[in-house]
Design a protein around this ligand. Structure first.
Ligand SMILES: NC(=O)c1ccc[n+]([C@@H]2O[C@H](COP(=O)([O-])OP(=O)(O)OC[C@H]3O[C@@H](n4cnc5c(N)ncnc54)[C@H](OP(=O)(O)O)[C@@H]3O)[C@@H](O)[C@H]2O)c1
Length: 249
């Protein structure tokens, strides 16, 4: 849609920067929002100025938080501010989320996901046109878990069972939903195959050698280890396999 103005929240992040890179080739004007770009999502006046004229707002914000309290303490007021900044406009929000983040079987273990569920609730209740793009875990998450869970040279990675995708594939879906004439209320995106995220972290470690060893934390019969992160009826199944992603990184 040439001439459309699209704002990307979290434009300097992993997903947001890929969305920012893809949009200009589709003929749209972009505006990026992040603290590095001079706008704190908590500053309503600055956010209002940044969003003037935006027809679509793609929310790729993130807060690295493990507790539900910290996650909800970021995502909920951030979404409320976006809604307030868009008051009186017809802008549509495209919100990047996580498949099944609102499922208590999943989010009782993952505080970050409760924050995402709170974010979705604010947008759903706002009355704004809304497209939620929920994806499964990204291959890049295994990379992050490998690096962030190291203790004295050993990484402790949970054996999450997912059908992961590449963040680039998530960005593609966000751009599609931002620009389509027929947006979907909810799009659920997953990868082509089931992957144990701890095994993927091990394979990454064989390439990067960032940990002396990787200990897989078994999740056994819990929801996270037995399929609750996987959408039963995905809207989009991406094509990149773990092996392809590993060979291309
Ligand atoms: N990792 C996964 O497997 C996965 C799967 C599905 C969905 N998701 C979701 O995808 C979203 C994006 O994740 P990501 O890894 O791409 O994020 P990221 O790389 O951590 O980037 C976060 C972005 O948010 C911005 N930001 C943070 N606090 C801000 C504030 N107060 N004001 C303005 N901007 C702020 C950051 O910029 P500044 O620091 O410059 O402010 C940055 O641009 C998250 O909501 C996550 O839950 C992740």
């Amino acid at each position: 849609m040439a001439g459309t103005r699209v704002a990307v929240l979290g434009a300097s992040g992993l997903a947001g920067s890929l969305v920012m890179r893809r949009l200009p080739s589709r003929g749209v004007e972009t505006v990026g929002v992040s603290r590095h770009l001079g706008v704190d999502i908590g500053d309503l006046a600055a956010l209002r100025r940044a969003l003037v004229g935006a027809e679509v707002v793609v929310d790729c914000l993130n807060h690295q938080s493990f507790t539900a309290r910290a996650a909800a303490g970021f995502f909920e007021p951030a979404a409320r501010n976006v809604v307030a900044a868009l008051e009186g406009t017809r802008a549509r929000v495209v919100c990047l989320s996580i498949v099944n983040a609102g499922d208590p079987r999943v989010n009782r273990w993952l505080g970050h996901y409760r924050g995402k569920a709170a974010q979705e609730r604010v947008y759903r209740g706002s009355g704004l046109p809304l497209s939620i793009v929920g994806t499964t875990q990204w291959f890049e998450l295994a990379e992050q878990l490998l690096r962030q869970t190291r203790l004295a040279g050993t990484a402790f990675v949970p054996g999450l069972l997912s059908r992961p995708i590449a963040v680039a594939e998530a960005a593609e879906q966000l751009v599609e939903q931002a620009l389509t004439q027929q947006p979907a209320e909810v799009t659920e995106v997953c990868g082509p195959e089931q992957v144990d995220m701890a095994e993927l972290a091990r394979a990454i470690n064989e390439q990067d050698h960032v940990a002396r060893r990787v200990v897989r934390i078994p999740l056994g019969g819990t929801a996270l280890g037995s399929g609750a992160l996987i959408p039963p009826s995905p809207t989009v199944i991406t094509t990149t396999t773990a092996e392809q992603w590993l060979s291309q990184r």
